[in-house]
Design a protein around this ligand. Structure first.
Ligand code: F6R
Length: 233
């Protein structure tokens, strides 16, 4: 793992956008994208830049089940708002949280991921060490799957909703196996509420109880952290 220590998320965004720029310079074709608070500064830097993704492909890590793409809490909506409206990709794939056949939807995503292997995958990390919506206990060898969100994740993500009862209980997520297939991984973490998860990701045992710990076994991982998130390393 290579570490980039930054003073704050804004500086992290500058470094994050640089990683995207380098990937483009190395002819990356497919980008794995994340949502949540963490990547916003990176997306802000990308939208201000002259980086061009118009002949690239993107995949998103996850989507809530049951939310329409027009719902402001959906990850479809988030991606349009923070990135795609300014930096469109040739093709952006997201899991469809309204799919009538969940099984067919997951198979569709896996087929696409096989066809377009990810060159750079952007990740945040949950307080409980999740990556994507792969919660503690998720087998490392899963590809796309349906997830029952943990109470911890529902509570943490309720900050984006009017109240906790509006937070969906289920989501679709790319699996750890798909994430680990990416050529390069960029994980960003900011703030002291990420400090425990970051420390265990780096120094703890590789265990399904801390999904991000699997990244210790990947050959090409960049971690951008601020002082607070790095405080327990
Ligand atoms: C989002 C995702 C999640 C988040 C994680 C951290 O697509 O897959 O794993 O990266 O929950 O969320 P924030 O950045 O809001 O702290």
């Amino acid at each position: 793992m290579k570490f980039i220590f930054v003073d704050n998320p804004n500086e992290g965004g500058i470094k994050g956008a640089q990683v995207f720029k380098n990937a483009l310079a190395n002819n990356a074709k497919t980008f794995g994208l994340a949502t949540g608070s963490t990547p916003i500064s990176t997306y802000n830097e990308i939208t201000k830049s002259n980086l061009d993704f118009s002949n690239k492909i993107s995949f998103n890590l996850d989507e809530y089940i049951g939310l329409k793409p027009t719902n402001p809490q959906s990850y479809h909506f988030y991606m349009n708002k923070y990135l795609f409206s300014v930096k469109p990709f040739a093709q952006s794939y997201l899991l469809n949280g309204l799919a009538t056949s969940e099984e067919a939807e997951l198979a569709r995503y896996d087929r696409l991921l096989e066809k377009y292997p990810i060159d750079l995958q952007l990740l945040g990390i949950g307080k409980n060490g999740h990556i994507g919506f792969n919660e503690p206990g998720t087998p490392f060898d899963l590809t796309s799957h349906k997830v029952k969100l943990t109470e911890s994740t529902i509570k943490t993500n309720s900050r984006f909703f009017n109240n906790i009862n509006e937070v969906p209980k289920y989501a679709f997520s790319m699996g750890i196996r798909s994430i680990m297939s990416s050529k390069q991984i960029l994980l960003e973490a900011y703030g002291e509420n990420k400090a425990d998860a970051v420390a265990k990701m780096i120094n703890g045992p590789v265990t399904e109880q801390l999904p991000a710990s699997i990244l210790q076994t990947h050959q090409n991982v960049i971690v951008i952290v601020d002082e607070a998130a790095a405080s327990k390393i």
